[in-house]
Design a protein around this ligand. Sequence first.
Ligand code: GDP
Length: 298
Amino acid sequence: MFENLSERLGGVFDRLTKQGALSEDDVKTALREVRVALLEADVSLPVARDFVKAVQAKATGSAVTKSVTPGQQVIKIVHDELKHVLAGDDPEPGKLRIDNAPAPILMVGLQGSGKTTTTAKLAKRLHERERKRVLMASLDTNRPAAMEQLQVLGQQIGVDTLPIVKGETPVQIAKRAKQQATLGGYDVYMLDTAGRLHIDAELIAQAAEVRDVANPRETLLVVDGLTGQDAVNVATEFDDKIGVSGVVLTRMDGDGRGGAALSMRAVTGKPIKFVGLGEKMDALETFEPERIAGRILG
Ligand code: GDP
Protein backbone atom coordinates (compact mmCIF):
# COMPACT_ATOMS: atom_id res chain seq x y z
CA MET A 1 0.00 0.00 0.00
CA PHE A 2 2.74 2.44 0.83
CA GLU A 3 5.41 1.08 -1.53
CA ASN A 4 5.71 4.17 -3.72
CA LEU A 5 5.59 6.64 -0.85
CA SER A 6 8.02 4.52 1.09
CA GLU A 7 10.43 4.40 -1.82
CA ARG A 8 10.23 8.13 -2.44
CA LEU A 9 10.82 9.00 1.20
CA GLY A 10 13.61 6.45 1.40
CA GLY A 11 15.39 8.27 -1.42
CA VAL A 12 15.03 11.66 0.28
CA PHE A 13 16.30 10.36 3.60
CA ASP A 14 19.18 8.43 2.06
CA ARG A 15 20.51 11.65 0.65
CA LEU A 16 20.04 13.42 3.99
CA THR A 17 21.84 10.81 6.04
CA LYS A 18 24.71 10.57 3.58
CA GLN A 19 25.32 14.27 3.77
CA GLY A 20 26.62 14.39 7.34
CA ALA A 21 26.29 18.01 8.43
CA LEU A 22 23.00 19.64 7.46
CA SER A 23 22.11 23.28 6.92
CA GLU A 24 18.60 24.56 7.40
CA ASP A 25 18.38 24.84 3.62
CA ASP A 26 19.20 21.14 3.22
CA VAL A 27 16.35 20.31 5.57
CA LYS A 28 14.00 22.63 3.69
CA THR A 29 14.87 21.06 0.36
CA ALA A 30 14.31 17.58 1.76
CA LEU A 31 10.96 18.56 3.22
CA ARG A 32 9.86 20.03 -0.08
CA GLU A 33 10.48 16.60 -1.58
CA VAL A 34 8.57 14.98 1.28
CA ARG A 35 5.61 17.24 0.49
CA VAL A 36 5.63 16.22 -3.17
CA ALA A 37 5.87 12.55 -2.20
CA LEU A 38 2.85 12.92 0.11
CA LEU A 39 0.80 14.65 -2.58
CA GLU A 40 1.68 11.93 -5.07
CA ALA A 41 0.45 9.38 -2.53
CA ASP A 42 -2.92 11.22 -2.70
CA VAL A 43 -2.65 12.82 0.73
CA SER A 44 -4.87 15.91 0.78
CA LEU A 45 -3.09 19.22 0.21
CA PRO A 46 -3.80 20.86 3.60
CA VAL A 47 -2.71 17.70 5.42
CA ALA A 48 0.55 17.50 3.44
CA ARG A 49 1.17 21.20 4.02
CA ASP A 50 0.55 21.02 7.77
CA PHE A 51 2.65 17.89 8.01
CA VAL A 52 5.68 19.53 6.45
CA LYS A 53 5.17 22.69 8.50
CA ALA A 54 5.11 20.71 11.74
CA VAL A 55 8.25 18.75 10.80
CA GLN A 56 10.00 21.92 9.71
CA ALA A 57 9.23 23.66 13.00
CA LYS A 58 10.82 20.80 14.92
CA ALA A 59 13.69 20.17 12.53
CA THR A 60 15.10 23.60 11.95
CA GLY A 61 16.17 24.17 15.53
CA SER A 62 19.84 23.85 16.33
CA ALA A 63 19.24 20.48 18.02
CA VAL A 64 19.01 18.89 14.58
CA THR A 65 21.61 20.78 12.57
CA LYS A 66 24.15 20.56 15.39
CA SER A 67 23.48 16.91 16.08
CA VAL A 68 26.08 14.35 15.06
CA THR A 69 23.43 12.42 13.13
CA PRO A 70 21.20 15.18 11.75
CA GLY A 71 19.66 13.00 9.02
CA GLN A 72 18.56 10.44 11.61
CA GLN A 73 17.07 13.22 13.73
CA VAL A 74 14.97 14.43 10.83
CA ILE A 75 13.77 10.89 10.12
CA LYS A 76 12.79 10.50 13.77
CA ILE A 77 10.81 13.74 13.64
CA VAL A 78 9.07 12.62 10.42
CA HIS A 79 8.29 9.25 12.03
CA ASP A 80 6.72 10.89 15.09
CA GLU A 81 4.75 13.30 12.94
CA LEU A 82 3.48 10.43 10.76
CA LYS A 83 2.25 8.71 13.90
CA HIS A 84 0.55 11.88 14.99
CA VAL A 85 -1.20 12.48 11.67
CA LEU A 86 -2.32 8.84 11.58
CA ALA A 87 -3.84 8.77 15.04
CA GLY A 88 -4.00 12.23 16.62
CA ASP A 89 -3.48 11.95 20.36
CA ASP A 90 -5.44 8.75 20.68
CA PRO A 91 -3.24 6.13 22.34
CA GLU A 92 -5.49 3.21 21.37
CA PRO A 93 -7.22 4.00 18.09
CA GLY A 94 -8.20 0.37 17.45
CA LYS A 95 -10.11 -0.06 20.69
CA LEU A 96 -13.89 -0.56 20.55
CA ARG A 97 -16.26 0.58 23.26
CA ILE A 98 -18.36 -2.51 23.67
CA ASP A 99 -18.52 -3.04 27.40
CA ASN A 100 -22.22 -3.03 28.20
CA ALA A 101 -23.77 -6.20 26.83
CA PRO A 102 -25.40 -6.47 24.42
CA ALA A 103 -23.41 -3.71 22.70
CA PRO A 104 -24.68 -2.74 19.26
CA ILE A 105 -22.17 -2.03 16.49
CA LEU A 106 -23.60 -0.32 13.42
CA MET A 107 -21.75 -0.99 10.17
CA VAL A 108 -22.25 1.60 7.45
CA GLY A 109 -20.70 2.29 4.06
CA LEU A 110 -21.17 2.27 0.33
CA GLN A 111 -21.96 -0.89 -1.60
CA GLY A 112 -18.79 -2.70 -2.61
CA SER A 113 -16.67 -1.07 0.08
CA GLY A 114 -16.29 -4.43 1.82
CA LYS A 115 -18.87 -3.81 4.54
CA THR A 116 -20.35 -7.30 4.80
CA THR A 117 -16.93 -8.96 4.62
CA THR A 118 -15.63 -6.59 7.30
CA THR A 119 -18.65 -7.24 9.53
CA ALA A 120 -17.84 -10.95 9.46
CA LYS A 121 -14.09 -10.41 9.88
CA LEU A 122 -14.67 -8.22 12.91
CA ALA A 123 -17.20 -10.64 14.38
CA LYS A 124 -14.67 -13.45 14.02
CA ARG A 125 -12.01 -11.35 15.68
CA LEU A 126 -14.24 -10.41 18.64
CA HIS A 127 -15.37 -14.01 18.98
CA GLU A 128 -11.93 -15.60 18.79
CA ARG A 129 -9.64 -13.05 20.38
CA GLU A 130 -11.91 -11.38 22.91
CA ARG A 131 -14.16 -14.35 23.57
CA LYS A 132 -17.28 -12.29 22.90
CA ARG A 133 -20.60 -13.85 22.00
CA VAL A 134 -21.50 -12.11 18.78
CA LEU A 135 -24.74 -11.97 16.78
CA MET A 136 -24.75 -10.55 13.25
CA ALA A 137 -27.77 -9.25 11.35
CA SER A 138 -28.06 -8.02 7.77
CA LEU A 139 -30.41 -5.08 7.25
CA ASP A 140 -30.00 -5.01 3.49
CA THR A 141 -33.63 -5.71 2.63
CA ASN A 142 -33.09 -4.51 -0.98
CA ARG A 143 -30.57 -7.23 -1.69
CA PRO A 144 -31.50 -10.71 -0.48
CA ALA A 145 -28.13 -11.91 -1.79
CA ALA A 146 -26.36 -9.65 0.70
CA MET A 147 -28.42 -11.08 3.55
CA GLU A 148 -27.53 -14.59 2.46
CA GLN A 149 -23.88 -13.63 2.09
CA LEU A 150 -23.73 -12.70 5.79
CA GLN A 151 -25.51 -15.92 6.70
CA VAL A 152 -22.94 -17.97 4.77
CA LEU A 153 -20.01 -16.07 6.29
CA GLY A 154 -21.50 -16.60 9.75
CA GLN A 155 -21.58 -20.36 9.23
CA GLN A 156 -18.06 -20.29 7.89
CA ILE A 157 -16.64 -18.47 10.94
CA GLY A 158 -18.89 -20.02 13.56
CA VAL A 159 -20.73 -16.82 14.50
CA ASP A 160 -24.53 -16.68 14.84
CA THR A 161 -26.65 -14.64 12.47
CA LEU A 162 -30.18 -13.45 13.02
CA PRO A 163 -32.58 -15.68 11.04
CA ILE A 164 -33.90 -13.97 7.90
CA VAL A 165 -37.60 -13.08 8.02
CA LYS A 166 -38.97 -11.94 4.67
CA GLY A 167 -40.86 -8.65 4.48
CA GLU A 168 -39.32 -6.95 7.51
CA THR A 169 -38.02 -3.37 7.36
CA PRO A 170 -34.45 -2.56 8.47
CA VAL A 171 -35.81 -1.01 11.66
CA GLN A 172 -37.82 -4.13 12.44
CA ILE A 173 -34.73 -6.26 11.89
CA ALA A 174 -32.67 -4.01 14.16
CA LYS A 175 -35.28 -4.32 16.90
CA ARG A 176 -35.41 -8.10 16.52
CA ALA A 177 -31.61 -8.27 16.65
CA LYS A 178 -31.59 -6.30 19.88
CA GLN A 179 -34.25 -8.54 21.38
CA GLN A 180 -32.47 -11.72 20.37
CA ALA A 181 -29.12 -10.36 21.58
CA THR A 182 -30.64 -9.54 24.95
CA LEU A 183 -32.54 -12.78 25.38
CA GLY A 184 -29.72 -14.88 24.01
CA GLY A 185 -27.07 -13.37 26.29
CA TYR A 186 -24.89 -12.01 23.48
CA ASP A 187 -22.12 -9.53 24.27
CA VAL A 188 -22.26 -7.76 20.92
CA TYR A 189 -24.68 -7.52 18.03
CA MET A 190 -23.60 -6.18 14.68
CA LEU A 191 -25.99 -4.51 12.28
CA ASP A 192 -24.84 -4.64 8.66
CA THR A 193 -26.84 -1.83 7.03
CA ALA A 194 -27.70 -1.58 3.33
CA GLY A 195 -25.10 -0.02 1.09
CA ARG A 196 -25.57 1.84 -2.15
CA LEU A 197 -23.27 2.91 -4.90
CA HIS A 198 -23.55 6.56 -3.89
CA ILE A 199 -24.55 8.42 -0.79
CA ASP A 200 -28.19 9.29 -1.37
CA ALA A 201 -31.04 10.58 0.77
CA GLU A 202 -32.66 7.18 1.14
CA LEU A 203 -29.48 5.49 2.29
CA ILE A 204 -28.85 8.18 4.88
CA ALA A 205 -32.47 8.25 6.07
CA GLN A 206 -32.48 4.48 6.54
CA ALA A 207 -29.15 4.40 8.37
CA ALA A 208 -30.24 7.29 10.61
CA GLU A 209 -33.49 5.55 11.45
CA VAL A 210 -31.66 2.36 12.40
CA ARG A 211 -29.12 4.36 14.40
CA ASP A 212 -31.93 5.97 16.41
CA VAL A 213 -33.47 2.60 17.22
CA ALA A 214 -30.23 0.76 17.98
CA ASN A 215 -28.36 3.56 19.76
CA PRO A 216 -25.03 1.99 18.74
CA ARG A 217 -21.94 2.03 20.94
CA GLU A 218 -19.85 2.12 17.78
CA THR A 219 -20.79 3.22 14.28
CA LEU A 220 -18.07 1.95 12.00
CA LEU A 221 -17.78 3.29 8.50
CA VAL A 222 -16.23 0.89 6.00
CA VAL A 223 -14.46 2.63 3.12
CA ASP A 224 -12.34 1.40 0.25
CA GLY A 225 -8.77 2.49 0.96
CA LEU A 226 -7.92 2.31 -2.73
CA THR A 227 -10.10 5.30 -3.47
CA GLY A 228 -7.73 7.79 -1.83
CA GLN A 229 -9.20 11.22 -1.22
CA ASP A 230 -12.64 9.94 -2.24
CA ALA A 231 -12.55 7.68 0.80
CA VAL A 232 -11.96 10.72 2.98
CA ASN A 233 -14.82 12.61 1.29
CA VAL A 234 -17.17 9.67 1.85
CA ALA A 235 -16.15 9.59 5.52
CA THR A 236 -16.77 13.30 5.95
CA GLU A 237 -20.23 12.99 4.46
CA PHE A 238 -21.23 9.93 6.48
CA ASP A 239 -19.99 11.56 9.64
CA ASP A 240 -21.92 14.77 8.95
CA LYS A 241 -25.14 12.91 8.21
CA ILE A 242 -25.07 9.88 10.49
CA GLY A 243 -22.15 10.36 12.86
CA VAL A 244 -19.43 7.73 12.85
CA SER A 245 -17.18 6.68 15.71
CA GLY A 246 -14.47 5.05 13.63
CA VAL A 247 -13.36 4.03 10.18
CA VAL A 248 -12.30 0.71 8.68
CA LEU A 249 -10.11 1.09 5.59
CA THR A 250 -10.38 -1.92 3.31
CA ARG A 251 -8.19 -3.13 0.44
CA MET A 252 -5.04 -1.91 2.10
CA ASP A 253 -3.44 -4.99 0.57
CA GLY A 254 -3.91 -3.44 -2.86
CA ASP A 255 -1.51 -1.16 -4.67
CA GLY A 256 -3.27 2.11 -3.90
CA ARG A 257 -1.23 5.10 -2.90
CA GLY A 258 -2.04 5.13 0.79
CA GLY A 259 -3.20 8.73 1.01
CA ALA A 260 -6.55 7.84 2.58
CA ALA A 261 -4.83 6.43 5.66
CA LEU A 262 -2.77 9.57 6.10
CA SER A 263 -5.55 12.10 5.52
CA MET A 264 -8.42 10.36 7.31
CA ARG A 265 -7.79 11.38 10.89
CA ALA A 266 -6.66 14.92 10.12
CA VAL A 267 -9.58 15.70 7.79
CA THR A 268 -12.45 13.90 9.52
CA GLY A 269 -11.21 13.84 13.13
CA LYS A 270 -12.25 10.17 13.23
CA PRO A 271 -9.87 7.36 14.07
CA ILE A 272 -9.11 4.53 11.70
CA LYS A 273 -9.82 1.50 13.87
CA PHE A 274 -9.04 -1.38 11.54
CA VAL A 275 -7.56 -2.06 8.14
CA GLY A 276 -8.64 -4.79 5.75
CA LEU A 277 -5.76 -6.63 4.14
CA GLY A 278 -7.43 -9.19 1.91
CA GLU A 279 -10.54 -11.21 1.22
CA LYS A 280 -9.92 -13.92 3.80
CA MET A 281 -11.72 -13.82 7.13
CA ASP A 282 -8.47 -13.32 9.05
CA ALA A 283 -7.34 -10.40 6.91
CA LEU A 284 -8.24 -7.64 9.36
CA GLU A 285 -5.72 -5.83 11.55
CA THR A 286 -6.15 -3.26 14.26
CA PHE A 287 -4.81 0.06 13.14
CA GLU A 288 -1.46 0.60 14.76
CA PRO A 289 0.05 3.99 13.93
CA GLU A 290 3.50 3.03 15.15
CA ARG A 291 3.65 0.04 12.83
CA ILE A 292 2.19 1.93 9.88
CA ALA A 293 4.61 4.83 10.33
CA GLY A 294 7.39 2.23 10.44
CA ARG A 295 6.06 0.62 7.27
CA ILE A 296 5.97 3.96 5.47
CA LEU A 297 9.53 4.79 6.45
CA GLY A 298 10.66 1.26 5.49
P1 GDP B 1 -20.20 -4.65 0.54
O1 GDP B 1 -21.05 -4.46 -0.69
O2 GDP B 1 -19.67 -3.34 1.02
O3 GDP B 1 -20.85 -5.43 1.63
O4 GDP B 1 -18.90 -5.43 0.05
P2 GDP B 1 -18.46 -6.94 0.26
O5 GDP B 1 -18.18 -7.19 1.70
O6 GDP B 1 -19.41 -7.84 -0.42
O7 GDP B 1 -17.04 -6.92 -0.47
C1 GDP B 1 -16.90 -6.68 -1.85
C2 GDP B 1 -15.66 -7.42 -2.34
O8 GDP B 1 -14.49 -6.85 -1.75
C3 GDP B 1 -15.63 -8.89 -1.95
O9 GDP B 1 -15.15 -9.63 -3.04
C4 GDP B 1 -14.64 -8.93 -0.78
O10 GDP B 1 -14.01 -10.19 -0.66
C5 GDP B 1 -13.68 -7.84 -1.16
N1 GDP B 1 -12.94 -7.26 -0.01
C6 GDP B 1 -13.45 -6.80 1.16
N2 GDP B 1 -12.48 -6.34 1.97
C7 GDP B 1 -11.31 -6.51 1.30
C8 GDP B 1 -9.92 -6.22 1.60
O11 GDP B 1 -9.54 -5.69 2.66
N3 GDP B 1 -9.01 -6.55 0.63
C9 GDP B 1 -9.38 -7.11 -0.56
N4 GDP B 1 -8.42 -7.38 -1.45
N5 GDP B 1 -10.66 -7.38 -0.86
C10 GDP B 1 -11.60 -7.10 0.03
